[in-house]
Design a protein around this ligand. Structure first.
Ligand SMILES: [Zn+2]
Ligand SMILES: [Zn+2]
Length: 361
């Protein structure tokens, strides 16, 4: 089969690889019909060696497809079923999974990531390929509803595997309520997904902040009531204050999570409000400075973090079927799998109009 492999920093190649097989009785093998490149995969592209990547390792944790084979102990799926994969493996049975902390499961591993970061449960190969082995398939795979199983729905469904779940996680962990005001910092795929989720959750005001006008136009299409194209923190704070009657936002979703974005979050959140941090620069060791004084004197909650793998996929599928969500616009480009390295280059260069690249085998 064809699959994208890491060969060294800045060097990704699609190669002929052995097809994965059912290795354990709880495994499934899925034939991937569409996958996509994550902003977090760019960390691997740029500096995978620092994360412990070895040449030949396969990348990709966002994929959907058709079940090809299952082990004897898989009861929820059979060959031919359409399914979405969670971004990582977790058991669904332990105390952590039961409480919605799948990232803390002892079986937890991200597909296509490095053992050094996320693989208490052992490394699993990535899904930017024709097939993938899915451990603990009964929990890790999520069934695709019949009404969404056709190929024309793939662009709507695929973002649920990670970016839409991540944007949603920011809103859930901040306990966003209908009628509240939301600021979303960052106009990448996760920021756009947070905007879209806030719209599905009936936020009254959704202010999207970024500095790419093409992406902010997509934010408006996905539900932003106002977009601010600026990186001038004082100007942003003044504009948000004006838009919110001097109050600020109940919820700020910070999809960048660096020191300047956290300062913007504190400057735009209301007293007693919540900041949800979803940025992945932490993986590159870039932990932001936080204004703990402001946190203390204005009782700001700080939350967010890693998504609980595929936990939100079923409820997000319900939102899609109810006509409240369609995150397809976050996938700006679709390329053949063989051109995957070009897709990374497009996203790395942040070319005009590029948000996120889907891959078709
Ligand atoms: Zn991802
Ligand atoms: Zn578990």
């Amino acid at each position: 089969m064809r699959g994208l492999t890491f060969q060294g920093n800045g060097d990704l190649r699609v190669e002929n690889l052995p097809e994965p097989t059912v290795e354990q009785s709880t495994d499934a093998v899925i034939r991937i019909t569409r996958s996509c490149i994550c902003g977090s995969d760019l960390h691997i592209f740029r500096s995978g060696e620092e994360f412990g990547f070895e040449p030949g390792q396969r990348i990709g944790h966002e994929f959907i497809g058709t079940v090809e084979a299952v082990g004897d102990d898989v009861s929820q799926f059979k060959a031919g079923d359409r399914a979405l994969s969670s971004a990582g493996v977790s058991c669904g049975d332990c105390e952590q999974c039961g409480e919605g902390h799948e990232y803390g499961c002892s079986s937890m591993s991200m597909f296509g990531w490095a053992p050094r970061i996320w693989a208490h449960g052992g490394a699993v190969q990535g899904g930017q390929s024709e097939y993938a082995r899915v451990p603990l398939a009964d929990y890790v795979l999520k069934p695709m509803p019949e009404a969404l199983a056709a190929p024309e729905h793939e662009a709507t469904v695929l973002p649920l595997t990670d970016v839409m779940s991540t944007g949603w996680h920011g809103l859930v962990s901040a306990d966003l309520q209908p009628g509240q005001r939301v600021v979303v910092i960052g106009d990448g795929a996760v920021g756009l997904s947070a905007v879209h989720g806030a719209s599905a959750k009936d936020a009254e005001q959704i202010i999207a902040i970024g500095h790419h006008q093409d992406r902010l136009d997509v934010a408006a299409q996905l539900g932003a009531t106002t977009t601010i194209n600026s990186s001038d923190q004082e100007a942003i704070a003044a504009q948000v204050a004006e838009l919110t009657g001097g109050q600020g936002a109940h919820v700020v979703v910070d999809c960048v999570s660096n020191t300047p974005s956290m300062a913007t979050a504190h400057a735009t959140v209301r007293v007693g409000g919540t900041i949800a941090c979803l940025g992945t620069d932490h993986f590159a060791g870039k932990t932001p400075e936080v204004n703990w004084y402001d946190q203390f004197v204005r009782n700001i909650q700080i939350t967010g973090g890693l998504i609980p793998m595929g936990r939100y996929i079923p409820e997000l599928l319900d939102e899609v079927q109810a006509g409240r969500l369609d995150p397809a616009p976050v996938l700006s480009h679709t390329l053949p799998l063989d051109d995957a390295a070009d897709g990374y280059r497009l996203m790395h260069d942040r070319a005009e109009g590029v948000i996120k690249v889907a891959l078709t085998p």
